[in-house]
Design a protein around this ligand. Structure first.
Ligand code: UDX
Length: 430
C-alpha cells in the first residue's frame, strides 16, 4: 500500500514517519517547495525531538520521500492522509481553504480508487462536504472513500504520542475503508473506536475542549487560591488521586497556548453559534484563558512595585517546553504587556527564537541564561524547560539586580529558592 501524506506540518511529518517506521511506503507532499527540499535533505522545518533521527533513518531505508508534484503524488498513491492546517478565520471559524484546495487536486488528478483519511481537525460535516468537493472536481467518476481519522499527538512528544496513542478513532460508514485504515495501524497497539465521520469530528473537538476546560478550571481556581493562600499544586495532586478526575491537565499556570486548543475552542464555539446553541462553559474556558496571564502579571507587578523601567527576564517563550512553536504562546502576550508598561525585556529560550521584527532596544533575546539575567530585577518563567529547573540559581543570583522570581508554571523548587534569598512567587503556590 502506498501512502500519500498531504501537508508537511507537525501532524503530517509525524504521521508519515510513523507509517514509514511500520515498513509502509510513504510520500510526503507539500506545496511549499522549500519545506520539501529541507525534508529531502534530512532536516525538519520545526523542532521536535526524536523525529530528526527517524527522518534520516527512513530517507536512507527508502520508506519515505518528499515531493511537491501534486498530480504525480496523487496518481502514485492509493491511500491519502489529509494533514493540512485548518487555522482560525477572523470570526473564529476553522478556515477550510487548504482542505478545499487538496480536495480539488484529489478530484482532478485521481485516476483510480482512493481512500482519503482526514487527520486535520475539521468542523462537523467537513468529511461529508469533502466528498462533494472531490466529486465536483472529478472529470472521470472514479470511486473513493473518505474516513475521519483525527490525530491527538502533542507537540514536544509527537513521536511518542503517535506511536502509543490511547485510541485510534475511525469515522466512516464504509467497512472496506475501515478495514484498510485498521490494517495500516496493525503494528500499533491501541484500541480502535469506530463510529460515524460526524461523531469522529466531534470527538476531536470535544477532547481538546475538555482538556482546555480542565486547565481553565484549575487556572480560575488558582486565582481564589492565590488570594486565600491555598497551594493549587497540592489541590491538583489531591483531586487528581480520584480516578474519576484523573491527574493530568490539572497544572495551573499562565494559560494554555499552541496551535490547537485556542483555535479549536474558538471553532467549536463558532459551530455552536451557527446552530443557535450556547456552550457557556466553553465560553468561560476561553475567557479565563484570555485573562489568566494578565491576572497574575498584576499580582506580580504589585510584589515588584511596578514594571516601569524595570528589567525583566522572560524564560521560555514557546507555548510549552520541547517545542519552538510560538503560536498563541502566553509569553508573547506577557512581553507585549511588559513593553506597554515601559519595562525593558530580556528573553531566553533553549530553542525558540523571537521574530526578528519584534526585537528592539527594549526587547532583546540572549543565548545564555547569564546574559539574560544580567542586571534583571525579576524573572518571569513562561514555559517549563528542564534547563530552568536544572539551572544553578545560587550562581544566577550574582547576575541579578533584584531577586524576584515569578514562576508562571510552578516548576521551580520554591522552598530552595526562598532559602537562597529569592522573592519567589508562582501561581497560588505559597
Ligand atoms: C494538544 C492536545 O493535547 C493534543 O491531543 C492535540 O492533538 C493538539 O493539542 P499540544 O497543544 O501540542 O496538544 O500540547 P499540550 O501538551 O496539550 O499543551 C497545550 C497547552 O496547555 C500548553 O500551553 C500547556 O502549557 C498547557 N497546559 C497543559 C497547562 O497549562 N496545564 C496542564 O496541566 C497541561
Amino acid at each position: 500500500m502506498n501512502i500519500l501524506i498531504m501537508g508537511m506540518g507537525y501532524v503530517g511529518v509525524t504521521t508519515g514517519l510513523v507509517f514509514a517506521e511500520q515498513g509502509l511506503n510513504v510520500t510526503g507532499l507539500d506545496t511549499d517547495s522549500m519545506k520539501i527540499q529541507t525534508l529531502s535533505e534530512g532536516k525538519l522545518t520545526f523542532y521536535e525531538q526524536g523525529l530528526d533521527d527517524l527522518l534520516l533513518k527512513h530517507l536512507k531505508s527508502g520508506n519515505i520521500r518528499f515531493t511537491s508534484s501534486t498530480k504525480q503524488a496523487i496518481r502514485d498513491n492509493n491511500i491519502i492522509f489529509l494533514c493540512v492546517g485548518t487555522p482560525s478565520d477572523k470570526d473564529g471559524s476553522a478556515d477550510l481553504q487548504f482542505i478545499r484546495g487538496v480536495a480539488g487536486s484529489i478530484g482532478k488528478y485521481m485516476n483510480e480508487y482512493k481512500l482519503i483519511a482526514v487527520k486535520s481537525t475539521v468542523p462537523i460535516d467537513t468529511n461529508y462536504k469533502l466528498v462533494h468537493w472531490i466529486r465536483e472536481a472529478q472529470s472521470t467518476p472514479n470511486e473513493f472513500d473518505v474516513v475521519s481519522n483525527p490525530e491527538f499527538l502533542r507537540e514536544g512528544s509527537a513521536l511518542q504520542d503517535a506511536l502509543n496513542p490511547d485510541r485510534i478513532i475511525i469515522g466512516s460508514d464504509s467497512s472496506h475503508a475501515i478495514d484498510m485504515i485498521k490494517s495500516l495501524y496493525g503494528k500499533i497497539s491501541a484500541p480502535f473506536f469506530v463510529t460515524t465521520a460526524r461523531t469522529a469530528e466531534m470527538i476531536k473537538y470535544a477532547s481538546n475542549a475538555f482538556l482546555a476546560t480542565k486547565i481553565s478550571y484549575m487556572n480560575e481556581l488558582s486565582r481564589l487560591c492565590e488570594t486565600i493562600k491555598v497551594n493549587i499544586s497540592d489541590v491538583a495532586e489531591g483531586i487528581g488521586m480520584d480516578h474519576r478526575i484523573g491527574k493530568h491537565f490539572l497544572r495551573a499556570g499562565i494559560g494554555y497556548g499552541g496551535s490547537c486548543f485556542p483555535k479549536d475552542i474558538k471553532a467549536l464555539l463558532y459551530t455552536a453559534k451557527e446552530h443557535n446553541t450556547d456552550l457557556s462553559i466553553l465560553e468561560k474556558v476561553y475567557q479565563v484563558n484570555q485573562t489568566q496571564y494578565s491576572h497574575f502579571l498584576n499580582v506580580w507587578e504589585q510584589k515588584l512595585g511596578g514594571f516601569s523601567h524595570k528589567t525583566i527576564a522572560i524564560l521560555g517563550i514557546s507555548f510549552k517546553p520541547d517545542t519552538d512553536d510560538l503560536r498563541e504562546a502566553p509569553a508573547i502576550s506577557i512581553i507585549q504587556e511588559l513593553l506597554e508598561k515601559q519595562a525593558i525585556v530580556k528573553v531566553h529560550d533553549p530553542i525558540a527564537k523571537l521574530p526578528f521584527g519584534l526585537l528592539s532596544s527594549k526587547l532583546q533575546q540572549f543565548d545564555s541564561l547569564e546574559e539574560t539575567l544580567d542586571q534583571c530585577d525579576a524573572v518571569i518563567l513562561c514555559s517549563e524547560w528542564d534547563e530552568y529547573k536544572l539551572a544553578d540559581w545560587t550562581q544566577m543570583q550574582a547576575y541579578m539586580n533584584q531577586h524576584f522570581i515569578f514562576d508562571g508554571r510552578n516548576m521551580l523548587d520554591s522552598k530552595q529558592l526562598i532559602k537562597l534569598g529569592y522573592h519567589y512567587h508562582g501561581i497560588a503556590n505559597e
